[in-house]
Design a binder for this molecule. Structure first.
Ligand code: BG6
Length: 489
């Protein structure tokens, strides 16, 4: 009989990224990262904040100013939630929550402050040894992202970042240090967060300054190609250096249903899926560039430069598991007048009239998660890991120092039920890390007041506050789910 339950060893977890959580800017020998350079003006109104979240890219002048602005506090990703100093108490809370796995990223600029340094920074290595040691002491598995958007800014200034193949060598040198030091303690690795992000947020994903690119599309895809090669080389290295390598491929999953059963809309949906999602996973999980991309590339005037051996490298080094972020879904149509909303990384998404949206405008679609789990498993037949999912919204600390976040509980419930159903559909889903398990600085708007956590952090958009952590109602609810392995869902 088919069992409707989570596997016994299912990895219930939570996720953050170093640039959004750590702070400790320039402490312990850390160099400046590309994410340290993103400016936020506390006088911007909400409309400006959200417009900038989607459209603002780095400018040459903005980057220059950021590097000179050492002491300026209006760079929220320099302060995060001070996880760098507060991680012992945060891990105690995560232990109390019962987490089985914790996803965070490693800051490249803490290990190699400039990216091209001859020797790694011992203090940076020690920090991660302590942090990872603390997680293991508490029986929490580690899911480490090697690059979550941030790279040492020096690599951009001196070499052009991902546009330059040399960056692959610097990256590999960094990964070798990680494998040497943490190869036996980290359980799951992701070479890149959301490798398709470059197409949507160029500074985050590719560390490119749009205004400086002669052929913008060409530069984006050449950067992505170098990231594919870097990922394959991580896999190649993992086979030599790790006892039980588990290296994943991750995308931001943009699920896009046909808006109608009109053949043109169905075809549009196929094209949207290929262009935004499958291209990236096809390269990393199947090991080759899919033929369908030739038409897209031709239309954009893109001609990717392959070096000798690239094709074989990709073919021989495919991912061990497939991972993705999933927040909402959208629809595909050729109807230009279709109603719009927004979503993760996209300012304009076609709205699904059958779904509700959250306060920011992102649709809420639990069944969509079951759909993408089925689609990805059908296509790749590899274990799946949901690396990000959650509800970001505005919250104010309530009486009794808590948040009654029944809306988050119902979002989780809907998505957890969908996961359980997908497992019953036969999908090999190994884990789930709720995004921003503890409130962190939001990546798009750069604010604190868009919160995802089951733990509230008392900082405002300007970094004012005690920094104290408080449990929300969803903390107790999620704890129960983990304790019972989702039995009552
Ligand atoms: C993902 C990123 O795309 O979306 C995270 O990997 C980010 O870094 C998350 O935080 C949610 O986006 P935002 O803008 O609400 O923080």
């Amino acid at each position: 009989m088919v069992k409707n339950e989570f596997p016994k060893d299912f990895l219930w977890g939570g996720a953050i990224a170093c640039s959004q959580a750590d702070g400790g800017y320039r402490e312990g020998g850390k160099g400046i990262s590309t994410q340290d350079c993103r400016f936020f003006d506390p006088n911007w109104d909400e409309k400006t904040i959200y417009e900038r979240a989607y459209f603002s890219e780095m400018s040459t002048a903005g980057l220059k100013k950021a590097i000179e602005d050492e002491g300026n506090i209006n760079y929220p990703l320099r302060r995060g939630i001070d996880f760098y100093h507060k991680y012992p108490q945060d891990i105690s809370l995560l232990k109390e929550l019962g987490l089985k796995v914790f996803r965070t990223s490693i800051s490249w600029s803490r290990i190699f402050p400039n990216g091209d340094d001859i020797l790694p920074n011992d203090e940076g290595i020690k920090y991660y040894r302590d942090l990872f040691g603390k997680l293991k002491e508490n029986d929490i598995k580690i899911f480490a992202t090697i690059v979550h958007y941030d790279i040492p800014v020096n690599l951009v200034l001196k070499y052009g970042g991902w546009k330059n193949r040399k960056t692959i060598d610097f990256y590999l040198k960094y990964v070798k240090v990680l494998f040497e030091n943490f190869g036996d303690i980290v359980d799951y690795w992701l070479p890149f967060n959301e490798i398709n992000a470059a197409r949507f947020g160029t500074w985050d994903g590719a560390c490119l300054i749009k205004g400086e690119e002669e052929n913008y599309d060409q530069s984006i895809y050449q950067c992505v190609h170098h990231q594919f090669i870097a990922s394959a080389k991580v896999i190649e290295l993992s086979k030599k250096m790790l006892k039980k390598p588990m290296i994943g491929a991750m995308i931001a999953r943009f699920c896009s249903y046909p808006a109608t059963c009109k053949p043109e809309d169905v075809l549009q949906s196929i094209h949207d899926e290929q262009y935004s999602n499958y291209f990236y996973l096809d390269v990393m999980a199947r090991g080759e560039y899919p033929k369908y991309m030739d038409r897209f590339f031709e239309k954009m005037g893109v001609n990717i430069q392959f070096a000798e051996g690239d094709k074989e490298l990709l073919k021989n080094n495919t991912a061990d598991f497939v991972s993705f972020s999933y927040y909402s879904s959208q629809v595909s149509t050729i109807d230009q007048s279709w109603s719009k909303t927004c979503g993760n990384l996209v300012a304009e998404a076609n709205l699904n009239p059958y779904l509700k949206t959250n306060e920011i405008g992102w649709t809420i679609d639990g069944i969509g998660l079951r759909i993408v789990l089925n689609q990805l498993y059908d296509r790749y037949q590899l274990p799946l890991f949901i690396a990000e999912n959650g509800l970001g919204t505005f919250e104010k600390l309530e009486e009794g120092n808590t948040i009654h976040d029944d809306y988050r509980i119902s979002y989780f419930e809907e998505h957890f039920k969908a996961m359980k159903e997908a497992i019953t559909d036969g999908i090999d889903l190994i884990g789930y890390t709720a995004w921003g398990i503890i409130d962190i600085v939001s990546c798009g708007p750069l604010t604190m007041d868009k919160r995802y956590g089951v733990i509230y952090v008392d900082y405002d958009n300007c970094g004012n506050g005690t920094g104290n952590r408080y449990k929300k109602d969803s903390f107790y609810w999620y704890k129960k789910v983990i304790e019972t392995n989702g039995e009552n869902l």
